[in-house]
Design a protein around this ligand. Sequence first.
Ligand code: C5P
Length: 291
Amino acid sequence: MMTVLTERAPAKVNLTLRVIGRRADGYHELDSLVAFTGTGDWLRLIPGAGLSLVVDGPTAPQAGDGEDNLVLRATRALQARHHGLKTGAFQLTKLLPVAAGIGGGSSDAAAALRLLARVNGIAPDNPVLQDAARATGSDVPVCLHPRARRMSGAGERIGPALDLPPLFAVLINPRVAVSTADIFKTLALPKGETISGVAHTPVRAGLSRGELASLLADTGNDLEDPALRHAPIIAEVLSLLRAAACCRLARMSGSGATVFGLFDSREDASRAARMMHHHRPAWWIKPVVLR
Ligand code: C5P
């Protein structure tokens, strides 16, 4: 009988994102509170000889199925670190927008590592997985075990899972792809520079919903301004969300262009999503719970 293993690759949201400086290697030092949704791509693996990838789903054309796809890059990274790695045939169902600031590709890569770990008897906490994740991309380590966490360094330092109250949100992507490298470049920070006075987000476990809301309101996403210059439509998404009934906070995730709005209840979030969809039927709009 053929074995098919499945993993969900959930979207991530940067609830906060501070840029602390730029390292000598050119990467930016960050401090970010990351949470995950229940919505995402699906990755299946039929273990066997060889390695292949087919991609289907609505955003498959933008994701591509070549060696550049992060599923294959993560597999190559693990192959280089684990002798005789068993692989097989991957099937990726791509539902998330691509180059959207919600870690779709990174989460696909992390799902590939989890599947390969299962097939090869690699324990989930084996450092080889974090190592391969780091080598694949800055956002892959935080996606390996998708729970709300603090992420720092260039993305390689991951704090313990945080017990945050679930947040009711709407994600909106205006279907404009944004290049992460371009947004960081727009910051024009010289290598080795540290920005003084950037406070680390004081996240701790067990925050109440009210404490979390005021903490989030006091912080921001330092990539929002540069992203707005690249994709002015993000300003329209932000202002439409801010005008929606019961929206407590609207902010861009990652390097954009996806924006999230926070609401007090699942019903408020669903109502806002329906209203937005009515006004902008071409946009990608999803009510989600972040945790
Ligand atoms: O690591 P990843 O390939 O996902 O990053 C894409 C680009 O974003 C990098 O080439 C780099 O230019 C930029 N980046 C950065 N600092 C980070 C993460 C990404 O400058 N912490």
